[in-house]
Design a protein. Sequence first.
Length: 660
Amino acid sequence: MADAASEETLSNLLHEDREFPPDQAFTEQAVGKAELYDQAAADRETFWADQARARLAWSKDFTQTLDWSEAPFAKWFADGQLNAAYNCVDRHVEAGNGDRVALHFVGEPGDTQDITYADLLDRVKRAANVLLESGVSKGDRVAIYLPMIPEAVVAMLACARIGAPHSVVFGGFSSDALRTRIADAEAKLVITADGGYRRGKPSGLKSAVDEAVAQSPSVGKVLVVRRTEQDVEWDDQRDVWWHEALEAASPEHEAEPMDAEHPLFILYTSGTTGKPKGIFHTTAGYLMQAAYTNAVVHDVHPEKDVYWCAADIGWVTGHSYIVYGPLANGATQVMYEGTPDTPHQGRWWEIVQQHQVSILYCAPTAIRTFMKWGKEIPAKFDLSSLRVLGSVGEPINPEAWIWYREVIGGGKTPVVDTWWQTETGAIMISALPGVTSLKPGAAQLAVPGISVDVVDEQGRSVENGHGGYLVIDQPWPSMLRGIWGDPERFKETYWSRFPGIYFAGDGAKKDDQGNIWVLGRVDDVMNVSGHRLSTTEIESALVSHPKVAEAAVVGASDATTGQAVCAFVILRGDAVQEADEEGEGGDLVAELRNHVAKEIGAIAKPRQIMVVAELPKTRSGKIMRRLLRDVAENREVGDVTTLADSSVMDLIKEGMSKPS
Ligand code: ATP
Ligand code: MG
């Protein structure tokens, strides 16, 4: 039966009234930010041209801002020239800031390095010379497969310096994943390490490279960073120690200006929904927008802040907000090699205290893990230096947002939820700290210069209070320039659902004030008795129960309702103990089902709730709901190659087969 709600692209269920206006002191120092909206609205292209000139140093100025004549293939600032590495390093040293720390590196075993901009420049120049001597020239691709160590930053900047696009492959990926990415980009050289430290143990990387390179005819040389000093196989013809090569290389290297549209890097998406896509970005528009958003959204003031983005360099967040954005801005940052629970669950907070971190940017999965561990752990440390908190990667449940602000931010810091993708290159939707009145759980507003909308099936803008498809309806400087080697797939994937408009798969709603709430991927939307329900809202309702730390919801086929809601939940630390002691599993499930019904309505009440210890996640920390759907529907589980820990699925399947 078709009722009004069933015609909605997405039902709008969760109600959230809490709002946090900006703190006065913060607003006073955020001068000029609110005006950005008006400036951008007056003339978008002029706005971007101004940003490009103000934030970057150009070797040759540009005359045209945007060339959209071959849409969807954009060119920004096309006849301008600049060098990304020069912008991230040399110019800060030339401006007299060579002594400023660029990276406070913290190794997992406890070793540290404070690397100044002058040190970084020396390393990048030497590494650029090493690449050139190894036969890499402008345009050649370089694969980087490293742990979270400073050499990863140096390697990326050295590539940028000589115009060799890098393809960073997350160090936790298998040899097979590395091989396919090397082949796709036809990389000529690989930069790796003997290993890195994770969970207190040295992990191997070199052996995976050996295996991958044995089947990669394009690769001539492998540069190997010595990190763990474990024994590795060695091929004298092919392998070169990084430290020996850098020491021998000349410390002189002049950065060559590149065209604004020169390819900067290829990066594969997280693979949450399927096979990763080789997204490719070019130089100027990307660099400018990474720097711009890092300044206005994270509110980085390079002269006083210590900024920490706790992502891996293997993800776009690490590219834009560890390497290109903050370094272009001349910021001081923390880089941490290991896991949050090594050697203890307070490791992050110890680092914040020690380095007086003022801005922290991380993923909801980390926040929910800290919620699970309990607030007593961060309470042992002095976190008063923190003044801005950011979230990225998945929708942040309102309750996790509140916890982050209260427990980590001392109840006073703004928390910005930032929506963007590998494809967008930089943050697209976010509140601005000091300007926006914050709504927990909403990404809220397009950043100044960006135009996004929520549309219905026909591509018509929905009214406030309704849900639909999240689209970007104007080109933007850091937009992907394509899928590497596959222009057709690029058009088909992003530009065919709504002609002329970019759509990359997420659902969203506008609230009564026009704030945007991202509701998860449209592939994950459930259809229950004709109502299209978002995973995010039901998950957020579950997480708002005091015993739940994390939840994943999927739709499983159901004879009566078409699809039924199935939920998988992780309990908070103290709740697990209670449940064990009292054997109250059954009661708890009933309590949670009723809680969802009360929070958002009977239609969303899960048919089934399973308490689990872990959820299947990508290496970048996103929940892979398609695998849970396979379990809920009793199918063979699909492709698990981008899964962080494949044993998680076995545990869940075992649990499912027991009667609850
Ligand atoms: P694939 O496209 O291969 O399935 P992926 O989409 O997970 O992988 P990324 O580019 O790393 O790869 O992630 C972008 C996606 O992450 C967005 O499309 C969105 O679904 C989700 N996302 C990122 N930030 C947010 C946020 N603040 N709120 C809600 N969702 C977010
Ligand atoms: Mg995606």
